[in-house]
Design a protein around this ligand. Structure first.
Ligand code: NAD
Length: 499
């Protein structure tokens, strides 16, 4: 399908795609595919007011009924999967299976959230006072602002929106300025679900605002947006986090990663190689969970690097729409430049670079590169920095303690893993003195998380959790209630206050 066919399949009309101020380019060939309208900054108060009004209605709709809307959203996403997946490919440059996989992730979180809509459990707690009952209830919180990154242009919204909506909160989404069309397509899909759902879905339950940092900032600074989920670079989080905290909002920050794999002497190297290649070069190294650091035991490093170099040598780089392509383009030329700068810095720090060359003649206008494998003498400043491109730094270790220290000695704390068949090593890696990341895996790469688990990381990754497990609690407020059904008024802690 060419670009216009994909846009048409997603229900865009010619007038929606022209006449605006935001140019949308496809990473596939750098072509401008649309010029869309941006949300005027002065209309943000009205957007937020609409969301507040929607909240007043939506919080009174029973949670299982709210779940029904998310169930319908999941059905609409199933119907739209091929078209929306192709749009993710067009706008973010992901290969076809990864574009479709991202939409599948949206469907999965809808299923999860539907079940959750009947399980927003509180607690009953033993009271120390006779004739008293203590309990804990979870209530809707209010509008949830979602600021998202280009590299997961649709899944991140759904992780937040599916949970926020069953939890009783409206959503205002500011997508990356690089991927606004996927957001507008999702809004169309949401509206189809609302049309089937009926009148108890208030107007403004889900809104999309288009623009750059200043439009995001309007959500960040508004006291009427109590939850602000922001996914993107640590640089962005450093600005957004303190602003949300200063107005006593609740930030959910999902920021940069610098994910490592330790390969131990007992590792199944064939499995490790497959996991490394997928997690280091998938999405052209533009996942927050991309494998960026390989910490290999000195007894296996040479063999591992040789196997990887061989695998890297055969990787099909090119048009992400073409069957067989495994590595699509970088999002833009600026990304390519950042990759080249990182490789040049790594060289000056003693690194030996394999790959990382520009691939010309695939699709003109796109930023295509061969993934780079860089043998480093140690964990230098460049290795400690997240460069959003397919660069895998390889280092060696002697003792497991040394490997875990290296793994943890970076500012980011998103995802990590170890390949070992030794249970002592595996359990040490997962223990309190092991990996310091939000995600720690054994014999699985660091990327490609399932929605059932809570997703997020520590340190400069921001500390937020989204998606599965009890991440829903981040979208609700907790209320502790004590009811006295006795005829006396005993005080807690045995305090006497007789009047
Ligand atoms: P980015 O930080 O450039 O932009 C992300 C979003 O933040 C965009 O919507 C942008 O408009 C907005 N933004 C930027 N500055 C802002 C400000 N001052 N106020 C309000 N909004 C602002 O990130 P990107 O290049 O789109 O994405 C790549 C980065 O995202 C990488 O660092 C990657 O690791 C990270 N990421 C993290 C996760 C995660 O779950 N931890 C997931 C995906 C991407």
């Amino acid at each position: 399908m060419d670009h216009q066919d994909v846009l048409k399949a997603n229900g865009f009309t010619a007038s929606e795609l022209s006449g605006g101020t935001l140019a949308v380019r496809s990473p596939i060939d750098g072509a401008e595919v649309a010029r869309i309208a941006e949300t005027p900054l002065e209309s943000m108060d009205a957007v937020i007011a609409r969301s507040q009004a929607a909240f007043k209605d939506w919080r009174t709709v029973p949670a299982p009924r709210r779940g029904e809307l998310v169930r319908l959203l999941g059905e609409e996403l199933r119907a739209a999967k091929d078209a929306l997946g192709a749009l993710v490919t067009l706008e973010a440059g992901k290969i076809t299976s990864e574009g479709l996989g991202e939409v599948q992730e949206m469907i999965d979180i809808c299923d999860f959230a539907v079940g959750l809509s009947r399980q927003l459990y509180g607690l009953t707690i033993a009271s120390e006072r006779p004739g008293h009952k203590m309990s804990e209830t979870w209530h809707p919180m209010g509008p949830c602002g979602v600021i998202s990154a280009f590299n997961f242009p649709v899944a991140v919204w759904s992780w937040n929106a599916a949970l926020a909506i069953v939890c009783g909160n409206p959503v205002i989404w500011k997508p990356s300025e690089k991927t606004p069309l996927t957001a507008l397509a999702c809004q169309k899909i949401f509206e189809k679900a609302v049309a089937r759902f009926g009148a108890d879905a208030p107007e403004g339950l889900s809104q999309v605002v288009i623009g750059g940092a200043e439009i995001g900032n309007a959500l960040v600074e508004s006291k009427d947006v109590p939850i602000l989920s922001a996914t993107g670079s640590t640089r962005m989080g450093q600005i957004v986090g303190p602003k949300v905290a200063a107005r006593w909002g609740r930030p959910i920050l999902e920021l940069g990663g610098n994910n490592a794999m330790i390969v131990a002497p007992s590792a199944d190297l064939e499995m490790a190689v497959r996991a490394i290649v997928f997690s280091a070069v998938g999405t052209a190294g533009q996942r927050c969970t991309t494998l960026r650091r390989l910490i290999a035991h000195k007894s296996v490093k040479a063999e591992l690097v040789a196997k990887l170099a061989k695998a890297y040598g055969t990787l099909p780089v090119g048009d992400p729409r073409k069957a067989g392509t495994l590595v699509g383009p970088l999002v833009d030329q600026a990304s390519l430049k950042a990759m080249q700068t990182a490789l040049s810095n790594a060289r000056s720090e003693g690194g030996v670079v394999h790959g990382g060359e520009i691939v010309s003649g695939t699709v003109p206008g796109g930023a295509y590169v061969t993934p780079a494998l860089v043998e480093m003498p140690g964990q230098t400043a460049t290795v400690k920095t997240e460069t959003f491109a397919p660069i895998l730094y390889v280092m060696e270790y002697d003792t497991l303690e040394e490997a875990i220290t290296l793994q943890n000695d970076v500012p980011q704390g998103l995802s990590s893993c170890i390949f070992t068949l030794n249970i002592r090593e595996a359990e040490t890696f997962l223990s309190a003195s092991g990996s310091d990341c939000g995600i720690a895996n054994v014999n699985i790469g660091p990327s490609g998380a399932e929605i059932g688990g809570a997703f997020g990381g520590e340190k400069e990754t921001g500390g937020g959790r989204e998606s599965g497990s009890d991440a829903w609690k981040g979208y609700m407020r907790r209320q502790t209630s004590t009811v006295n059904y006795s005829a006396s008024l005993p005080l807690a802690q045995g305090v006497k206050f007789d009047i």
